[in-house]
Design a protein around this ligand. Sequence first.
Ligand code: FAD
Length: 340
Amino acid sequence: MLLDPCLASEVPEASSQRGLNGSTASLGVLMGHCFRRSSGRGWRLRQRSMALWPNWVSQLDHPSSPLSLQTPLVQLAASAEEAERMRQLAQARRERGLQFLEEPALPSAPTPWPRTGHGALLSEQDGRVDPLGLLRALRRAFKAQGGTLRSTSARRLERSSAGSNGRWRVVTSAGDSLRVDAVVICSALGSEALLEPLGHPRPMEAVLGQVLELKRQDSQASWEHWPAVLTCGGINLIPHGERQLWLGATVEPGSEANPSLLPAMQTLNNLAPQWLHDTERVGQWHGLRARPQGRPAPLLEQLEPGLILASGHYRNGVLLAPASAEWVSQQIDGSILTAP
Ligand SMILES: Cc1cc2nc3c(=O)[nH]c(=O)nc-3n(C[C@H](O)[C@H](O)[C@H](O)COP(=O)(O)OP(=O)(O)OC[C@H]3O[C@@H](n4cnc5c(N)ncnc54)[C@H](O)[C@@H]3O)c2cc1C
């Protein structure tokens, strides 16, 4: 059973309808293979997710909730030093589809890419997945597997008395009291309030992200020779439709959007080609990322038997969804098998 008040409504169709949670606001960029580090938990989770994504997509793709992986991803080098790091990374990960493109080898697209003058890293297997499509597909698959969706929130969790069925009692805002063997807390900024009373403080802070939807004005607009995602100075440009693109996202501690950050984002900190200056702003939205305080993201912990925390994914919750879900499934198997 999945409890979430946002299940009261359908997954939004358009950006303008997106609310303030992480997933509906996300750009869905998957930067796994081009992750700079080559060791540690962050790298292992990314590697695992990228290995699982193709299978996830083929299992979740359905006529009523189509899903695809959009590739490739290109990251422009910001400096000669970064270009050198990218060259080395490309050499080490050639078999993962990484290739360094020297500046003269960058394609001359009808809609010119922004240029830094230092070349770019091409990652054939990185890219993006549509987060709204993913949410729709997950809801459909969950129901198809017999899962129940309840549009209510968990108000508090209680340990059940010994000997009774189910270790945990979930008290919902609708007034129900549900007995369960295992609870998976994946409620981002709503997780802390459930955990604190149980003696598991896991503070998280909100980090807001703003996204712009822009429309090209010229009638000759074409995205030929564009990757699914082009990243310039940490800002993602994601073409969609014939003339539109998403641009984002800002990284702003707190939950108040600061409009003064948008011009710098739209001009790519002075690297924007003229056509980008000339685009019309047709939409914008923002959402909140949950960043764990004092602990690395994400939080994947079995806190007590049957009390599983899988949250605080900060900037990579879509990318890491398959690896996190796999980790959760391993914990649930274990916790049920060890039940008294
Ligand atoms: C603008 C923006 C761009 C991003 N771009 C990317 C990207 O390109 N790639 C990437 O990998 N990640 C990206 N992220 C981050 C990513 O979106 C998040 O890490 C991810 O969506 C987090 O998913 P989540 O399910 O943990 O949290 P959320 O999507 O925030 O969902 C938490 C849910 O918990 C529910 N909830 C809260 N409290 C309770 C309760 N008590 N009971 C029941 N339900 C509760 C809420 O209603 C909510 O639906 C981006 C985020 C933002 C804001």
